[in-house]
Design a protein around this ligand. Sequence first.
Ligand code: NAP
Length: 487
Amino acid sequence: MHSFKEQRLYIDGEICDASSGETFANISPATGHKLCDVQIASSADVDRAVASAKNAFTDWSQLAGAQRGRVLWQAAQRLREQTDDLARLESLDTGKPVTEARLDVVGAAEVLEYFAGLVPAIHGQHINLGQSFAYTRREPLGVCAGIGAWNFPLLIASWKIGPALACGNTLVFKPSELTPLSTLRLAEILTSAGLPPGGLNVIQGPGRVGDSLIRHPSVAKASLTGSVATGKKVLNALADRVIPVTLELGGKSPLILFKDCNLRQGVTGAMLANFYCQGEICSNGTRVFVEDEIFDAFIADLLSRIRHLRIGNPLDPQTQMGALISHAHKEKVLKYIETGKNEGAHLLYGGQSPLLDAPFDFGFFLQPTVFTDCTDTMTIVREEIFGPVMSILRFKDEDEVIARANNTDFGLGAGVFTQNLQRAHRVVAQLQAGICWINNHNYAPAEIPFGAYKQSGLGRENGTAAIDHYTQIKTVYVEMGELADYP
Ligand code: NAP
């Protein structure tokens, strides 16, 4: 059985005790046993973390971009060196397969490398106005608050920390209380790579700790990855101070398979878009629209392959589906499955806990689950489940499927499988989603902007677009002539 010593906070370049005297238990999703206790930050700790980040901002923001880039690059190399170790830690904490966790660590390193390379190229503009001119400066914002969800703890942290630090900001980060471990390691790695104390502070605790962090008067920007409900709370909390915010929220993304797609690839895409990371992915294509003509063939291929998904010990390199994040979350997903059945959807596959040997018999595992006979108004088709539950819907033509795909308040991702080039681009141009994939789903390398339309979020992470969200533009007008006398 795995266990760790009590986890603490990371402030001013070192691990330190919280002053609250309170802790919470961090539970292993795979076994249900306690991994460790974690200290909860008090409001005094939040103050201390923000003050330390504010202090560090003075020097960090003054460095040349290339100097900041070198620190990020160094940190990325250390992440790469520690890939096995960190992947194991992330797998234990999240319940996801270790092979997927490895890709998360490499992905986090790639994000830091991307922003390390980009930072020397961040600059303002010169605007010629004839005799006079203006120029713009891209300035950092100050102390940023980052708040993470539990499905990709290290990646989510790096998507915020990479661009924030590159642009000259400092950061206080609160991971989800369900996955507190890897961000602490990332902070240590950044310090060892040369980030000055206070450049990144990590505080721990439940939502109320995140709330007091974003409300802190010295915080200049907040970035949340979480549910739409929490996003609305954060937006409300920041309204009084009118500070910028990035929100990466939930989704109920469509994945459309046209009859002219490569069916084998389409089924692979649909399975990855629903069962990778146990289905706990914000942009998952959980509404799988299949054109009438290929419906039966799609179901046959899906059923022939789904049985072979290997569920179990997340640390086993052969495992393809691990455990859901918590008992409460598994119960929530099971409730959605019951609702699906009660509302008339047909449970084609799964819906139950797999039978596993000890110590995984007390873990939060769930079979990959597929519903057919779904309608657009069913709860399982409208609401984000955030588990391995695929809803399959039939459609007859392009206009119909576009209208149905867009008929939601969410707008995070959308996938289209077709071999018709013109159709692919025609359809994605009409889909209301921040990120669309053609003949793939969920792929999100550091180079491409990731974000949402509608209630699924605000702002963008990754790509050069992220720079806009971690800098502010100052315009400087320079008068080269003489002002006419007035009056
Ligand atoms: P969540 O319940 O909204 O929590 C997200 C984070 O916000 C956690 O750290 C949480 O703390 C904190 N929090 C809760 N209330 C807060 C408040 N009032 N003020 C400030 N912070 C607060 O979401 P989750 O269950 O962790 O994650 C699942 C959701 O995240 C899904 O909806 C998923 O789609 C979304 N997500 C979106 C993306 C994206 O890129 N768009 C990526 C991943 C996940 P505690 O949990 O520690 O209490």
